[in-house]
Design a protein around this ligand. Sequence first.
Ligand code: FAD
Ligand code: SF4
Length: 530
Amino acid sequence: MKRRPTSAESRTPGPVRNLVLVLGDQLDRRSSAFDGFDAGQDAVWMAEAAGEADYVPSHKARIVLFLSAMRHFREALAAEGVRVHYRRLEDPENRGTLALELRAACRVLKPRKLVIVEPGEWRVREDIRAAAKKAGADLEIRQDRHFLATHEDFDRFAGGKKQLRMEFFYRGMRRKTGLLMAGEKPEGGRWNYDADNRGAFPKEGPGKVPAPVSFLPDSITREVMELVEKRFAAHPGSLRHFDWPVTPGQAGKALRDFVENRLFLFGPYQDALWTGQPWLYHSRLSSSMNLKLLDPREAVQAAAEAHGRRSAALACAEGFIRQIIGWREYVRGVYWRYMPDYIGMNALGASLPLPSFYWTAQTEMQCLREVIGQTLEYGYAHHIQRLMVTGLFALMLGVVPREIHRWYLAVYVDAVEWVELPNTLGMSQFADGGIMASKPYAATGKYIDRMSDYCRQCRYDPARTDGGSACPFSVLYWDFLLRNRDRLARIPRMGLQLRNADRLAPAEGRAIRRRADALRDAIDFREYRP
Ligand code: FAD
Ligand code: SF4
C-alpha cells in the first residue's frame, strides 16, 4: 500500500533551486508559478495554517474545502514525482501562520529563490513579502494567468475615469475574448440581456429543479472533516451536506452538469429566490474557480458552445458569461486598484455592529432566517440572497461595512477577499461611495416579496410600515433614505427614490425614524466569538 507522508516532507530534503509557494486558492498545475519547474532541482511548499481559518471565524465547510483541495493537489503533485514540502494542520510543530511556516521552510531548505503567483489577498501578499525578506530569500511574484484581464488591462480601462461602470469593462472583455460576438457586434444585437434575467417563479414555485451533481467525501476529505470538527468545533456552519468539488476533475464534472442540466433556465431565474431551494439554476462553480480548480475560460466556452448548439438561449449563455468575464474580472480589478484603502471605506458613516443572528439564523424575519439558515447549512447562498437579503438588511440597518465584510468572508465556501470585498463593501453596502455601483441597492420588503415566497411564511407584512406586522425591511428602507438624505442627494440615480421619500408627511417621516430606532434597540448585537 502507498504510504501517505504525514510530516512536512513528502521526500527527503536536499538543495532546492526554486521553492514554488502554492496557497490554498492557487491549486492550478498550469499556473505561471510552475513555468520552468524542474522536478530535479525545484520543490513545492504548501502549508495549512490555523491563522487562515480563524482570522475570521470561517464556516467549517470553507475550511474543509480549502484543506481537502490542498491535500488532493499535494497528492497529485507527489504522484508526478514533485517534491512537496507540506505542513499539515495537525503536525505538532505547525507554527500556525503562513509567514512563520515559510520562514521555517527557508531555514531548512535554503532555496535560491521563492516563486509564487500573486496571492489573491492583499494581506497575504504583504505577509509573504515580509516573511521572505526576514528569511533573506529572493521572492519572485508572477502574474496570475487564471484571470482574463491583467492589472494593466484594468488600469487602462479605469484610468482617468471618475466613475467606473462594469458594463463598459464587460464590452471590452467580450471584444477581447470574441465570446458571443458577430464580428465587431454583439451576437443578437445587444450586449446585455440583464432585463431578461430577473424573472420570479409562479405562485406554485419552481417545480422540480434538477439536483446538482454531488461529490461524496472521499477518505482525504473525511479525514479533514474529522479534523475540522475537532479543531474548529465552535466555528459556525455544518458539514452535514459537504459535497463540493475538491479536484480539477470534479470541478470539470460540475461544469458539465450545470451546462447540460441547469444553464437553460439560469437566465430567466438568476434573481429568483425560493424556500428550501438553495441552488435553483445556479452553477455552484464559484468555489472551484476561486481555488483555481476550474479555468474560467473553460466555463464560459462551455456556455457559449451550449448556445451554439441551441441547448441554451442567448440570454442564458450571455447572463452566465457576463458574471464571469464581466463581474468576476471587474471586482478583481477594483480590489487591486483600490486596496489597501478600500477595506476601510465607510461612505455612509455606518456605525452599528453586526446583529448576532447573522451567526445563528435566529430571527423572526423569514427571509433572513431562510438565507442565513441555508448559509450555515451549506456555506452557500446565491447572488441575490447575498445582495438583496443579508446585504440589504445590513445596509439599511447601518452596520459598519468592515463588520459585515468579516461575516461574508467567513461564511461562504467561495469567499476569497479579492472577490468578496468589492461585492460587500462596494456593491452591497455602497461603502466605497460609488466606485462599484452607481447607487445603493436599497429596497423595501416588497422586492423580496416579488422575487420569493419568503414573505408568505413571515409574521411581518412587506406592505406595512406601521403596527405590529410592519416589515423591518420596509421600515428601514424609508429610514435609510431619510437618514442619509444629504449624502444620497449627490447620486443622480437616487432622484426618484428621494422624491418619494420627500412626499412622506413630516409626522409620518418622524414616526418611521422612531420605529426604525425601536427596531435597532430590540436587536441583540452581542459579538460572536468561536
Ligand atoms: P452563479 O450564479 O452560477 O454565477 C456564475 C459565476 O459567476 C459564479 O460562479 C461566479 O464566479 C461569477 N459571479 C457571479 N456574480 C459575481 C459577482 N458579483 N462577482 C464576482 N463573480 C461573480 N463571489 C465569490 O466568488 N466569492 C465571494 O466571496 C463572494 N462574496 C459576495 C458577497 C456579496 C455581498 C455579494 C452580493 C456577492 C458575492 N459574491 C461572491 C458574488 C456571487 O454572489 C457569487 O459568485 C455567486 O453567488 C456564487 O454562486 P454560483 O457559483 O452558483 O454563481
Ligand atoms: Fe422579510 Fe419583510 Fe418579507 Fe418578512 S415580510 S420575509 S421580513 S421582507
